[in-house]
Design a protein around this ligand. Structure first.
Ligand SMILES: CC(C)(COP(=O)(O)OP(=O)(O)OC[C@H]1O[C@@H](n2cnc3c(N)ncnc32)[C@H](O)[C@@H]1OP(=O)(O)O)[C@@H](O)C(=O)NCCC(=O)NCCS
Length: 168
């Protein structure tokens, strides 16, 4: 494995190594994907994220253990989250919130002014997290998820530092 892209400290004071996705990570990322989504990406869909110049795909590790992953594509001043997952054993401990704040910071550095995502209509845990983090619903895509035909809720948040301070 190469050098970490970043090292961050979790809310529980644990060191988390952040890597950009590499071929060696793909099997464990895909295994977590299958565990986490009814419409999981195939292994092949992750491969173009390895050297994606239009975005980044982060994988988060505690020691040798994958604890989550998150990807985005950047288009102009908008960042589009493609994946956002915390390992089942690590959920409900604030890591989702922590990783989303990390994404805010990263995409801001790249000049994004808005962050946007789709979430399954019935995915209440994720919708609750996004609402708590200041995302608003801006639309519904009917039957967006091909396998389950579930609707997607489109959510967006402006990345304005003054707005963040006002939120506190
Ligand atoms: C959604 C997900 C990323 C949340 O990660 P997490 O580390 O558990 O999130 P946090 O601990 O920071 O939780 C933040 C808030 O999210 C909401 N939330 C998270 N899990 C929840 C659950 N199981 N039920 C209800 N609300 C939940 C709560 O509002 C929570 O705040 P609280 O703990 O104060 O009640 C995680 O459940 C996951 O990876 N799910 C599978 C993949 C997925 O659906 N990703 C989203 C794709 S759009």
């Amino acid at each position: 494995m190469s050098e970490p892209y970043d090292i961050i400290i979790s809310p529980q004071n644990v060191e988390i190594k952040v890597f950009l996705l590499e071929e060696d990570h793909v099997d464990s990322v895909h295994a977590m994907e299958v565990e986490s989504y009814p419409d999981a990406w195939s292994r092949e869909l992750f491969l173009p994220e390895i050297n994606n110049r239009a975005g980044k795909f982060f994988v988060f590790f505690i020691e040798d253990s994958l604890i989550g992953y998150a990807g985005y594509w950047l288009g102009g001043e908008e960042a589009h989250i493609t994946k956002f997952t915390v390992a089942p054993a690590h959920r409900r401990k604030g890591l989702g919130t922590f990783f989303m704040n990390y994404l805010f910071e990263q995409v801001r550095k790249e000049g994004a002014e808005r962050i946007i995502l789709e979430v399954r209509e019935m995915n209440y845990p994720a919708r609750s997290l996004y609402e708590k983090m200041g995302f608003d619903t801006i639309g519904i895509r009917i039957g967006y998820y091909a396998r389950t035909r579930e609707n997607a809720v489109v959510m967006a948040r402006y990345l304005n530092e003054k707005l963040d301070q006002a939120d506190i």
